[in-house]
Design a binder for this molecule. Sequence first.
Ligand code: ZNH
Length: 142
Amino acid sequence: TLSEKDKNIVKTFWAKVAGREEQIGCDAVSRMLTVYPQTKTYFSHWKDLSPGSDPVRKHGGIVMAAVTDAVSKTDDLTGALLSLSELHAFTLRVDPANFKVLSHNLLVVLSTTFSNDFTPEVHVAIDKFLTAVALALSEKYR
Ligand code: ZNH
């Protein structure tokens, strides 16, 4: 679980992400679809799944807005993400293993985009935070 120190590190780091959510989300989703092509199956209704395409960029922004919202709700991630968990479990029917896949890709993009700020301390805090987000999104699957 996230310590108070982890939560503070995440919030401080996320302040640097502010204003660049869509680009970072676009890069993370693009990378996920390229490196883990099995994730493409969920987006087969999009016109263009290539890296940086309009739907990929838009979806990247939407996902990052939800993650940014979660950063402000680290004391109750399960509650904060409950309706999104329900949506992914029952409507979108996304295999929850994919939450870890996107988390990994987001971690890679954050580390390359913010190479100076991405210290080992930030790395571990963001990793724990994204793991907690993935767990909260998996809540309704049980
Ligand atoms: Zn998801 C959608 C979030 C992951 C798949 N998403 C979505 C949305 C959101 C989200 C916010 C919108 C909703 C509405 O509309 O209401 N996600 C999210 C997050 C995460 C995720 C936060 C993590 C971190 N997803 C994911 C994954 C996958 C997915 C991993 C697979 C692979 N989603 C999805 C889909 C959708 C969504 C398919 C729908 C889209 C369209 O259609 O466009």
